[in-house]
Design a protein around this ligand. Sequence first.
Ligand code: SF4
Length: 1021
Amino acid sequence: MSVKILIAPPASGKTQSAVDYVYQTLKQRPLAPVWVILPDREHTAVFQRRLAAAGGAMGAQIGTLGDLYHEILERAGQAYPLASNTVINTLLRSVLETLDQQGDLQHYSSIRSKPGFLQVLRDRFAELKRGLVLPEAFEQASQEKTPGLAEMARIYRAYQEKLHAIGWADREGLSWLALETLQTTPALLKDWQLAVVDGFVDFTPTQHRALRLLAETVPELVITLPGERDMERQVHRRSQRALEALSSRLDPQIDYLGAQTRLPEALSHLERRLFAGGQGPVSSNDHIHLLEVRSAAEEAREALRWLKALIVRERIPPEQCAIFTQEPDLHYRFLREAADEFGMPLRFTWGEILAQSPPVAALIGLLELPTQDFPRREILDAVRCPYFELETVGLKPRDAALLELVSLNGQVTGGQAQWRAALENLIAMPAKTASESSPLPATQEESDTLGEDRSLPELPQGEQAQRLANSLFKLILTLQAGPQRSMQAWIAWLVELLEQIHFVERCENQAWDALQEALRELMMSAMISATDAVPYGAFVLAFRSAMEGCSYKPEKEAHGVLAGRLVEAQGLRFQAVAILGLSEGIFPVVEKADPFIDEATRAELGLEAQIGRDQAGIYYQALTRSDAHLLLTRPYLAEGGEAWEASHYWRAVASLFPDSIQRVRGEEIRLLENAASPQEALFWSVRQERRPQSDESLMKRAAFVEHGRQVLQARLADECQGPYEGFPTALQGELSRRFSSDHVWSASRLESYASCPQRFYVDNALVLEAKQAPELGFNALQLGSMLHSILEQTYRRARDPRDIESVKASLSQAMTEEFTQAPQRYGFRPSPLWEAERAELSRRLVRCVENLAAESAGWTPVAFEQAFGIRGAPPLRMDTGAGVVLVRGFIDRVDRNADGELRVVDYKTGGSHLSKNDLIAGYRLQLPLYALGARQALALGEPVEGLYWNISAGEAGTLKLSKFEHQERSGIEAAIQTVNDHVARIVNGVRAAQFPPLPPKGGCPSYCPAAAWCWRYEPGF
Ligand code: SF4
């Protein structure tokens, strides 16, 4: 048996020699079985192409070590089902439960069901197996060490026994079985003539064993390794280690191939001098580029742009280009986005987690609805979800909006009971009757008039609510498939559900294929574990963790630029290679000790150390993959904007090629011919104030971008001006018509403009409404309605509204009635604090009427909830600088004194903006308007006083109309004149389409509909 090891630096002909060996052997003995063993499928595809190019691959088996193991077992007539991650997880779960029940799990008991822990166990056991560490050896090594290590060893043994008992094998276990078989029956491979092992830098103990057995079995074994005669350099540490191990076990003939590489001088110099010190810098001659950019996103863009330029200008095939990164999670999204924009196909070596694919994530959300008792947001998401067809239960996507209204009105936070109560409440309210009997305002007009304290949501009622209830509970019933079933039965139920909701037709192909595969594995693991019936929650948990353990590729790209991990670069060759992420902390990675198997035990077991890993060797391998062009990139700004240091690996290359370093700054002028996409060409040209004239589609985009620029410029300006910042003059005609002299204004609309014109525009012209997610208990609007209603009933029913005892007796009755009915009438869900809140509100209301009585000496309440301009009552007609303006309103209470003079009282739930200055600023206009309304529209008499009454505080606001002073005028007429001026200004402003966003003093109200997006938003009350 001859063993030959071929050693040469990268790009010096190792793989070509391997190809020649195979070719010559097949040429001499065309029927001789020849095996070529490579690290992975990427390598096998390349080798196949090269062998075909050399003259023919007929007769050669080209595969991985995994393929070799399968071949051995197949020849031996042994078949072991391969356990997938899902199956392994199931076995591990079962093992952990058994150990826990036996009291053998203390240290890891609390985390035994966490998906992350299962992943840790899978990784560590695979590593132990690759290291040929048997359970006994691990137990031996764990003795008298930490409790965690001893438990890990116990789990390892129990897992291995379980796997053995069911006759399955995991991937690493398969190699053990195959090698044991080969050892006992070497004749299995007796017909082999040649085995060639190429593309490896180092071997695990299992792989060494495989090579030793091959060397004993196959007449000729050829192994290639990167390196040189003098292997002292740090970058050859792994090869040196492999060579020593092979030499001690196989007695090989070692051939050092000529060190003459086919690389351009710069790349050859890099290979020879990396980490070697000595020689001074040389020119990169355009073969090596080092690019510093601001962020990881820009790294992805720059790398792809550089590759695209080579593909287009140098005619390098995309398959001859590669990008490598140490941080796939960091760069993946950016690479995908840039590749989509640049129109470049990318082949990623890694996939995405299936549970995070949009359709599967939505499915997990749907299945989890019953386990969380149908929470509000998740129900709405499920009804809206484009991956489900819920018409079979009678729900359409647009029903989500109605259900949202139901939930807002009924304060549904979640739970079947809440949904049922909210819908039943509405079913009992046929539209017409509901409007008439509702304690809430009956129309939008009334709602505006009452102000922000009380507004009217639009709700499905009666039959429409009934239909929604039927559909929603049909869905709930569908998802509540019973208490217990076997896992197989649950999976069958899920498959049926997927058909019912037409998931297959709506799910993307790749995700659906992966989901099907995952379900098959789940079914398989259910059959293996043969557990009894499990509750629905356990099934959903198992389903979720199976989806989290599977990966999928959103696109099936057979061709294109390869995007892989740094460690996957070894052994491959390309024309152009980009390596990303060469800043401190990304690569080399900051090494940390393994918290599960400590360094000392690793050394004892022969596992790879976690501290002092050979990252330099991985870097060297990646750097030497290119035959012509190499790009290194690094981000120079951290997320917070501070400088990010280059890694010493970057500096090692930079010191050899200082002329190749370039820093890309954001403001830099770029040559348009280097743009990689129309979007980029356009962006650069606009920044350079040049317009692309040639391309029609670019012209359209240019106009669009120019529009965006103008909008942005307006929004960034200190002073609001122009059509994009509150002055949409094109709307003047429309607004003048809509808010003409026939329009009846409410005080709250006028106030809304005065406090912020943009808020008025969004609220009233665009009619947008801010929606607050419901919470337990009443909201501010419902509280306002309750308190107003109680006070109205109190004074209206009091035997003598001037007598406080009579008022308090009436108050007691009104509170009892109102609080008892409030949850149903106002559609809120009492919180656990409801009784305490009632007590507190009662206490405040008693204090409120007492204090109001004290403040009302000489005044008798004579009218309540007096409407003008609404419900058939004539509006207030004001002569203003904007012409005649009609106003409507509800006056909470009108008092009269012995002289027949009037006082208007407006109740307020809160205490903000109730001062004189708020009238002067225009934030509060109600009192003077109501005084005018009482006098002119309602002809109740002559008002001489007006005040806001703060119900919560039980005191009057500081503004009293009789004491108002402004611009050398005083008294109620001064207040009326002030409000007149404001009304003219506001109405003129609205008709002239003047709506600048001006945050009110004290900040923007959280209920401003624009608060979610307004660029001038200032947090306030
Ligand atoms: S967020 Fe503030 S500035 Fe913007 S519209 Fe609302 S109130 Fe005005």
